[in-house]
Ligand binder design. Structure first.
Ligand SMILES: [Zn+2]
Length: 150
């Protein structure tokens, strides 16, 4: 499962009752993107929740793809957001705190940790491949990126 399948909406039950409809707890499930983040119901949310929901939509659902918001861009952008937080030096617990403050989302720190570990391993593998192929510039660039994450 991708990390974006393990990102959840905080106060899920409360929001569902404000919207007067149910949607999955998982933030990136198709129905949640439709109902909570791009639906007409946003106006029914209390102000604090509405601000976070709009913030999320602005930051991750701002593409013009035909299949929006089911095009994969939201997930890609969110992964980039996580990596950015890591590059700023945040650990899994702090990353979970920040996504809660920013977007009213939560995840289990253990899931964030394994996501970051996987990312580092993928980069190590790519680095080794670049080294084997003699692509030094690529190898250096990957090593640099990986350092940002660890
Ligand atoms: Zn898109």
């Amino acid at each position: 499962m991708a990390i974006t399948d393990k990102i959840y909406v905080k106060n899920h039950r409360q929001l569902a009752s404000q919207l007067d409809t149910s949607f999955p707890k998982s933030a990136f499930s198709g129905a949640t993107l439709d109902i909570l983040f791009t639906g007409d119901g946003i106006a029914k949310l209390d102000e604090a929740s509405r601000d976070r929901v709009l913030e999320f939509a602005e930051d991750f659902l701002d593409c013009d793809c035909q299949s929006h918001p089911h095009c994969g861009c939201p997930q890609r952008k969110f992964v980039a957001y996580l990596l950015e937080l890591r590059a700023e030096g945040l650990g899994p617990d702090a990353i979970v705190d920040v996504m809660g403050d920013d977007y009213m989302l939560y995840a289990y720190p253990g899931d964030v940790l394994s996501f970051l570990d996987d990312g580092v391993r993928t980069m190590e593998a790519a680095e080794r491949l670049a080294a084997v192929d003699g692509r030094e510039e690529m190898e250096d660039e990957l090593r640099e990126k990986r350092r940002e994450l660890t």
